[in-house]
Design a protein around this ligand. Structure first.
Ligand code: ZN
Ligand code: ZN
Length: 222
């Protein structure tokens, strides 16, 4: 099934790119789901790298000190904005953002707020994205599942960040939640289904059918 995803898309349409955000708190499975998205969607669905990964991976100071934390979130905001600008000429149908500019506000600590600090508003940033898919962080009940590597105390922190992310994206007209399930495949299937509905018709036929139907996912056709 994996090699099937490599066939190039036949679509010749001129696309109007739509920016879609995939977000969620720690431990929600975002990274693994992004891997599947790369395999199962055509080349007109492009995933951007996570801005925080670029910033911290490049050794931007990471600290709990509010002033440093604010500096990091401003940096991540600007990297995110510029990442989005890099694909505007690529005739993409969907630009999938691994978190969006609004997420920076959820990680903001201390005085003031991120949006004012970078000269924008939350409303303007919400309007950048056509849809938001929020993968919820597992709750403590599911956390007892020993497959989950997060410990209980960090689980509480993760839940807090997840709640802050949900608050920041509040009011977006097309927001979808993917609730945590113990079964990764059903969560992945739900997410990919939501994303497929955001892909224009011209590129949708090309999407691999592997994960669409919950139960069928368990028995992958070779
Ligand atoms: Zn297309
Ligand atoms: Zn395509």
């Amino acid at each position: 099934m994996l090699q099937a995803a490599m066939k190039p898309c036949v679509c010749q349409e001129r696309h109007q790119p739509r920016q879609i955000v995939l977000t969620g708190g720690p431990g929600a499975g975002k990274t693994a789901i992004l891997e599947l998205i790369r395999l199962f969607f055509c080349e007109h669905v492009r995933t951007l790298p996570e801005a925080a990964g670029i910033v911290f991976g490049g050794r931007f100071p990471r600290s709990a000190r509010p002033d440093l934390r604010q500096a990091a979130q401003r940096a991540i905001f600007h990297v995110q904005r510029e990442l989005e600008s890099t694909v505007q000429a690529d005739n993409l149908a969907v630009v999938l953002c691994d978190r969006g500019t609004v997420d920076c506000s959820a990680y903001w600590l201390g005085e003031g707020d991120l949006f004012a600090a970078v000269g924008t508003t939350r409303e303007a940033e919400l309007a950048r994205y056509a849809a938001v898919i929020h993968l919820r962080t597992p709750t403590s009940a599911i956390a007892y599942n020993r497959d989950n590597p997060l410990r209980i105390e960090s689980m509480e922190e993760a839940a807090l960040i997840d709640a802050r992310i949900a608050t920041q994206w509040e009011g977006h007209p097309r927001r979808f939640f993917v609730e945590p399930t113990e079964d990764f495949l059903s969560k992945a299937s739900h997410t990919l289904k939501l994303l497929r509905d955001e892909v224009p018709e011209c590129c949708r036929q090309h999407v691999k059918t592997f994960l669409w139907d919950g139960e069928a996912a368990a028995t992958a056709h070779g």
